[in-house]
Design a protein around this ligand. Structure first.
Ligand code: EPU
Length: 402
């Protein structure tokens, strides 16, 4: 275990945040050792005793490519799962099942599956981060989402050391969301599990250590999203292969997004906006070129169903009624377009700014503090709200202040 450990290399924003305690886990035996560690136990007990806040003294950090620490010191215990390994578990005429451990780098795993000519992950090429984090927010890009390839997710409980498998259905995947991300909704409601701990807290202490994927030997390529088809045509590729699609996605990403490790960023900082049809028509009247996508109708996550069944908490009922509304008659408007139209693209203020090739991306040029990004975030949110009457929300996970 390390003390006052710098996380600068472990968050792609590149902020020099220090963690009071830090432990890398390379094997499941390391996990068993961790749960006997004195400092870990005291942080865990502090986390478990908090019933009503969104705070915890334990943070499970993966590739750090979708996280923002609001302060320069994290006064808790950072657990860094880094188990390695890729195993082919099963194979038939149509599919291959592959287990990938959490510490593998996502883009290397995608390259490996593409090199085997397996379909399913090619549109998700070059997304930064590690495999263990991919299911948490159901990573997606260029018309594909990881949920369509995940067979099951293996977790280990950092309170008891017990392992648990979540089937694809139990993961409750939706746009940039899953049960692993939703955990705090139930936490805030103080529901207790059979051992007396708040339900959400128990999820929060579950660490994903491996993911099983099912990939196809023969599949259809997804070319209709964004610029993929145009890019292929422009490069005289009339009959694209799986490898052509992965290479195209990489080329398009490289044109739009800052290079990881060179300029600090977390990819999309905001989620795309989901608005009512009325709101969309109002905006379209003023800006006929507004891009939009229909929102997929997805079943409510089980966590949300739990919330609906719980009486007497209006705040959370509101969250869910807007979820219900969202899943039924909504339109997605790219927040990058809203921010661009509000005039922020290429804006720079001291050490931070808005990427000049994709306004959804906030960047840290080095030497800055997380508070600078938070200030910029608020200014952009206010300005977009003022211009369009739309609230845009962060996609990045902002670590709760203790
Ligand atoms: N747009 C602008 N100005 C901008 C940026 C975008 O007008 O500065 C317009 C574009 O012209 C386009 C539309 O907005 O019509 C959508 O832009 P883009 O295709 O770049 O995709 P996005 O919706 O902004 C999403 C994901 C990205 C993913 C891309 C490609 C979210 C929050 N973001 O971005 O994911 O790579 O689609 O599939 O869903 C990430 O999560 O970190 C990420 C980069």
């Amino acid at each position: 275990m390390e003390k006052d450990f710098s996380l600068r290399e472990l968050n792609t924003f590149g902020f020099d945040v220090k963690a009071r305690y830090f432990q890398e886990l390379k094997t499941l035996d390391d996990v068993q050792e961790l749960i006997r560690n004195h400092e870990f136990i005291s942080c865990r007990d502090a986390a478990l005793s908090r019933l009503n806040g969104n705070t915890s003294h334990i943070l499970i950090l993966s590739g750090g490519s979708n996280i923002l620490f609001p302060d320069e010191f994290y006064d808790g215990f950072v657990v860094y799962p880094n188990l390695k390994g890729i195993d082919i578990l099963d194979e038939n005429a149509e599919t291959v099942m592959i287990r990938c451990y959490c510490g593998e780098v996502w883009k290397d795993f995608v390259d490996y599956t593409v090199s085997l000519n397996l379909y399913g992950l090619e549109n998700l090429a070059d997304i930064p981060g590690k495999v263990g984090a991919a299911p948490v927010q159901n990573i997606g890009a260029y018309g594909a989402e990881v949920k369509d390839t995940v067979y099951q997710v293996h977790t280990i409980d950092l309170a008891t050391g017990e392992t648990k498998i979540f089937s694809n259905e139990e993961c409750n995947f939706s746009y940039r969301n899953s049960i692993f991300k939703n955990q705090w909704i139930t936490h805030a409601l103080s529901q207790r599990d059979t051992t007396g701990y708040p339900v959400g807290t128990r999820h929060a202490l579950s660490m994903i250590f491996a993911v099983d994927f099912v990939l196809k030997k023969h599949g259809e390529l997804k070319l209709d999203y964004g610029n993929i088809r145009n890019y292929l045509i422009a490069n005289n590729i009339t009959n694209p292969t799986l490898k052509d699609v992965a290479a195209t996605v990489k080329a398009i990403r490289a044109e739009k997004l800052p290079e990881v490790g060179v300029v600090g960023s977390v990819g999309s900082f905001f989620q795309n906006a989901i608005v009512t049809m009325d709101k969309y028509l109002e905006i379209k009247e003023l800006y006929p070129d507004v891009p939009s996508y229909p929102v997929e109708i997805s079943p409510l996550p089980a966590v949300a169903r739990d919330v609906i069944n719980t009486e007497g908490n209006n705040k959370h009922k509101n969250v869910i009624s807007s979820e219900v509304e969202k899943s039924h008659k909504s339109i997605k408007i790219p927040s990058g377009w809203l921010i661009d139209r509000a005039g922020w693209k290429g804006y720079r203020e001291n050490h931070v700014g808005v990427w000049d090739k994709q306004a959804l991306v906030l960047v840290h040029y080095g030497g800055g503090k997380p508070s600078e990004i938070l200030d910029l975030m608020k200014k952009i949110q206010d300005s977009v709200y003022k211009k369009f009457g739309i609230e845009i929300n962060p996609e990045v996970n902002i670590v709760a202040s203790l």
